[in-house]
Design a protein around this ligand. Structure first.
Ligand code: EPZ
Length: 417
């Protein structure tokens, strides 16, 4: 089993660039199904999840070609509208091919994605939205079987803010008859990136990035070219890597406002942060205070940075209370951090971290999910001695060349096995 071995105690200093955003690239690839022809993307990260998305597109009759971070998709009419379980189970975001297939071809058979380590991950709001647009939805044999002669616009209120639900309905409504209004929509930057790409394809979407999004349906969309936005979660992870080692790290090619909630909390903890229009720098710091965070939808503190921030709090001065309001089981990293000497009491959706500067010691630990694996690498950077993070394939789903980026900043990390 491949693992990452980290020697703690090295201060990270220097500059590093954020790659393209996993949580935008995946959705953009599925959105290309809305228009047959050649779509060209740049700044596409080289990640296992992107490979999984490409495999699903291949199963739907598309051809893809990658050249570095450039990625071409040739979309053709699929022979079958089925997204098979074997492909969907590898990457839950595959459910996001439902909206495009249903809107473009009037039918879609997509495997139910099932849960994952961090939660049950239901898709009820995706399906409610499709029904509101006039689709007939049947759940059978572990699949969503959806049909619709022609989707019809609707006004739809999301009971819970859902990134994927907002994206699926936005894509479906772009080819529906009439004007759809989505209320309580997700406001993540990835939603704006998707709307920008769809509008380049000829869609008429307004309000992306706010909680009310209006989609005036059109009869046809055309292939388009698009540059994927930078990965704000990777950028935040790299900023925390600098912070936890007390070094000075600048993350480039990122819009600072995308991680405002993180930098606000770092400043509250006593870090000096400076920004330009496309970079964030955390400055050298010998000690920092414990601060409380609650995860919530954008623009509040992102759940995808909760584990990484917890690592930082384990070696802060004082006690931090971390609330995880988005997912019901996103503390899988807590026990592994405790094996490294952290003093954490996890409750349901809340964890109390009694920080102790220098309190982490290296140990063999196990990654359980994508962001937990990043959190354990960060803890390893600050721990005394060696930390080996097992099941590191979790990390490869969402971080492009992380060990090379950390090594460039002065970390001692290597991959074994
Ligand atoms: C996206 O997942 C991201 N994934 C997640 O990133 C991220 O953690 C999450 O948004 C929240 O920001 C991608 O973009 C590919 P949600 P998504 O629908 O869309 C509930 C990572 O580490 N809900 O916004 O699946 C759900 O249970 C991953 O990169 C319903 O109840 O998240 C959760 O409690 C992990 N019914 C809440 O909404 C639904 O139909 C937010 O989930 C849909 C969601």
């Amino acid at each position: 089993m491949e693992k990452m071995v980290v020697q703690g105690g090295h201060q990270l200093n220097g500059e590093v660039s954020a790659s393209g955003a996993k949580n935008s690239a995946l959705i953009l690839l599925f959105a290309s199904l809305l228009a047959e022809g050649k779509h060209r993307f740049s700044n596409v990260p080289q990640l296992m999840d992107v490979d999984s998305a490409a495999n699903l597109l291949h199963s739907l009759g598309c051809e893809t070609k990658r050249d570095g971070s450039n990625f071409e998709v040739l979309v053709r009419r699929p022979k079958s509208m089925e997204a098979h379980y074997d492909l969907v189970r590898k990457m839950r975001a595959s459910i996001l091919c439902l909206g495009p297939l249903l809107a473009k071809y009037g039918e879609a058979v997509v495997s139910l994605p099932g849960g994952c380590a961090i939660g049950t991950r239901p898709i009820d709001l995706h399906l409610e939205g499709m029904k509101a647009l006039g689709a007939e939805i049947i759940l059978e044999d572990g699949y969503v079987k959806a049909k619709a002669k022609k989707l019809k616009a609707a006004t739809f209120l999301f009971e819970t803010v859902t990134v994927g639900g907002t994206e699926n309905i936005m894509m479906a409504a772009s080819l529906a008859e009439g004007t759809t209004v989505m209320e309580n929509a997700a406001k993540e930057p990835e939603i704006v990136d998707l709307a920008n790409y769809l509008n380049k394809m000829g869609a008429k979407i307004k309000g992306a990035g706010t909680s009310v999004i209006t989609i005036e349906g059109v009869s046809e969309l055309k292939p388009a070219n698009h540059t994927v936005m930078a990965d704000r979660i990777e950028a935040g992870t790299l900023v925390i890597a600098g912070a936890i080692t007390g070094g000075e790290v600048t993350v480039k090619d990122i819009r600072p406002e995308w991680i405002d909630s993180l930098t606000f909390k770092l400043k509250e903890a006593g870090f000096k942060i400076s920004i330009t229009d496309n970079s964030v720098t955390v400055h050298k710091n010998k000690s920092w205070r414990a601060v409380d965070i609650n995860t919530a939808p954008y623009p509040l503190f992102p759940t995808d940075l909760q584990a990484q921030f917890m690592s930082l709090m384990t070696v802060a001065e004082g006690t931090s209370v971390i609330g995880e309001t988005v997912f019901e089981n996103r503390f899988m990293h807590v026990q592994e951090l405790c094996r490294m000497g952290a003093d954490i009491t996890p409750k349901t959706r809340v964890a109390v971290i009694r920080g102790k500067p220098g309190g982490l010691s290296g140990a063999p630990v196990m990654a359980t999910d994508l962001r937990a694996s990043a959190c354990l690498v960060l803890a390893g950077l600050a721990a005394r001695g060696e930390t080996s993070v097992g099941r590191i394939y979790h990390l490869d789903r969402g971080y492009e060349k992380l060990e090379a980026k950390l090594a460039k900043l002065g970390a001692s990390v290597k991959r074994l096995g």
